[in-house]
Design a protein around this ligand. Structure first.
Ligand SMILES: [Zn+2]
Length: 366
């Protein structure tokens, strides 16, 4: 199949038309096979990668926590009100669903939604309530629910304490450039963010100075910094690199890991990407940030909205790498700001950082 028709890609940064449900997996509860067929077709037409239909409330609840392989997570679920037996049952269902699957928005379908059902949906924080006979209306509602979901990385954590994010980079300043704004944003909304830098960046200057700068940068963003000492310029995706990441994963127990992309011209970046994929095979979500050495094959499918303050913090963290700031073209403030401004186009906000969510394409994670 030609890549251009691959609906698993979110948006084509070179084109103009975003596919609202691209790359998503939807759980669809529907009793009638014909209706299920029509609703699923509309969801797919709007870009959904997969639609899994179940025809009973029991199967729906079961599938909620255990999607069939290769799906790892539902991006949205569609609950048929007829599964319950009236308005009275919708509230308790939504409450139970939210407790079990806090990150998955639910759109409710009904034959002829009554005001009482709408109130129950609203109180139960359903994402939307739509007529069962309106496939396009459903697709639009699901797309909106996916877009508005609590976190663009698609998790609300493991349920205990703060959410934890681990960001892995090959050299000091990689993580700040790729994800500095998001780190700041997450850290200031209560996430525990750990940065793991795999080398002291000896090729770029005095390692002792670079370490000091890296710690200052992490402090600006509100993250904890851990540093390994792999050889700058000749990192390998071998057992020892994997184990170095595994040790930190075991200690941090991250909900989300973000690392360099495979689509990168720098061999260290690719080696760290591959080692991290292996080390994070049991981590819920894994995504890739964009480095200055990323190639045009870097294809983001998630965009993290940034505020002006997040962008300022990112720039301040990068400026903390004094020894690099003057001599590297990619650390130019205007370029960094306009890059964030450019990606903002895909999230309908002023600034954003892009991510390639790769967990579903990584066979090691299934
Ligand atoms: Zn680097």
């Amino acid at each position: 199949m030609s890549e251009i028709f691959d609906s698993s890609e979110a948006t084509d940064p070179g084109g103009a038309v975003p596919v609202p449900l691209a790359g998503t997996h939807v759980l669809l509860g529907e009793r009638d096979p014909g209706t299920a067929e029509r609703l699923a077709a509309a969801l797919r037409e709007h870009g959904a990668s997969s639609v899994h239909v179940v025809d009973s409330p029991e199967a729906f609840l079961r599938a909620g926590g255990a999607p069939p392989a290769p799906v790892r997570f539902w991006d949205a679920a569609v609950w048929y009100s007829g599964f319950g037996g009236g308005e009275g049952s919708l509230g308790p269902f939504l409450e139970e669903w939210r407790a079990r699957h806090p990150g998955i928005p639910v759109v409710v379908t009904d034959d002829a939604p009554s005001a009482r059902l709408a109130v129950a949906a609203l109180r139960g924080r359903a994402a939307d309530l739509v007529e069962r006979s309106d496939p396009d209306g459903l697709a639009v509602a699901v797309a909106r629910a996916v877009a508005e979901r609590a976190d663009p990385l698609g998790v609300e954590g493991s349920g205990q304490g703060s959410l934890r994010m681990l960001v892995v980079g090959a050299h000091p300043d990689d993580v700040e450039i790729g994800l500095g704004g998001t780190i700041h944003r997450r850290a200031h909304s209560g996430w525990e963010v750990t940065v793991l830098t795999m080398s002291g960046g000896g090729n770029g200057g005095d390692p002792a100075l670079r370490r000091k700068e890296a710690h200052r940068a992490a402090e600006v963003l509100g993250a904890r910094l851990l540093m390994e000492d792999l050889p700058d310029g000749s990192m390998a995706d071998d057992r020892s690199t994997v184990e170095a990441v595994e040790r930190v994963v075991a200690e941090v127990a991250p909900d989300v890991v973000v690392v360099h992309s495979e689509s990168d011209t720098h061999q260290d970046h690719r080696a760290v990407h591959r080692a991290t994929l292996v080390a994070c095979r049991k981590v819920a979500r894994l995504a890739c940030y964009q480095s200055p050495s990323a190639t045009v094959a870097y294809r983001p499918n998630r965009f993290i909205e940034l505020s002006e303050v997040d962008v300022e913090a990112k720039l301040a963290a990068i400026a903390a790498h004094h020894s690099q700031a003057a001599s590297r073209w990619y650390l130019d403030e205007d370029l960094l700001r306009s890059t964030a401004r450019y990606w903002g186009r895909f999230s309908q906000t002023r600034y954003a950082e892009p991510l390639e969510l790769v967990h579903e394409r990584n066979p090691l994670l299934f």
